[in-house]
Design a protein around this ligand. Structure first.
Ligand code: HEM
Length: 211
């Protein structure tokens, strides 16, 4: 793929990633966020976080299965959008639901256990975002960077469980996210196990076979 095409797709992702936020700001300023605007903001930013996390996790399997190597160029952007919406999601909760009170946020976490999982997901995304630059990749070295970035699995798993646990009745949607994530992680596990398998021993050549 040409460099100019890559730049264009990056611009598309950048602009489209901001559309949900722009719509939220627009609807909020026109009082169109429904009966419970605070909850709408929390839920929408949470959903965007999860969608971007899953998209980020889908890049490597898609790239390898379909041979679309250029997809890797967009993984960092998708991951950073996941982190961006995750921070917004937390900020909406912390400001609108907890009135910026740290003690009330911590008390609520002990009451609603799914908040602990959400926070775990967001916290493990911090080192991922910090080390996402080319400079940091160089400084850490490819191998260490890859090991560290396995934390993305933790974030995605904790994020999906957080979603599942906070749903009141209909669990179908979180289960669809869980199924998609299971397929993506299953693919990685399969590749990992294949790579670890020792090469089959070469059969000893019987003397009579040589004759
Ligand atoms: C990577 C981290 C996170 C992800 C992927 C995530 C994802 C989600 C999703 C998908 C929802 C439901 C959206 C819907 O039903 O449409 C949700 C709801 C929610 N999340 Fe998160 N979340 C994360 C972190 C957090 C954190 C750190 C907090 C606060 C400490 C938090 C607090 C909440 C709350 C309060 C709700 C709404 C629950 C309700 O109204 O019943 N989340 N989150």
């Amino acid at each position: 793929m040409k460099e100019s095409d890559i730049r264009f797709i990056k611009l598309l992702i950048l602009v489209n990633g901001l559309v949900p936020l722009a719509l939220l700001v627009w609807d909020q300023s026109h009082n169109r966020l429904g009966a419970n605007p605070q909850n709408f903001l929390i839920l929408t930013t949470g959903m965007m976080t999860l969608i971007f996390l899953i998209l980020t996790m889908a890049v490597t399997p898609l790239r390898k299965i379909a041979g679309l190597n250029w997809l890797i160029q967009f993984r960092r952007m998708l991951g950073l959008y996941a982190f961006f919406y995750g921070c917004l999601h937390f900020l909406c909760f912390f400001s609108l639901d907890r009135a910026f009170s740290v003690s009330s946020t911590l008390t609520e976490m002990l009451k609603r256990k799914y908040l602990i999982l959400g926070s775990t997901a967001l916290i493990v995304m911090i080192p991922l975002a910090i080390t996402s630059t080319n400079g940091m990749i160089k400084r850490l070295g490819g191998k260490r960077w890859r090991v560290l970035h396995r934390l993305a699995y933790v974030a995605a798993i904790a994020g999906v469980i957080h979603y599942y646990m906070q749903v009141k009745a209909d669990t179908r949607q979180p289960l669809v996210f869980a199924a998609v994530l299971a397929v993506l992680l299953g693919y990685r596990l399969m590749v990992y196990l294949k790579q670890r398998k020792p090469p089959a021993p070469t059969p000893a050549v019987k003397p009579e076979a040589v004759i």
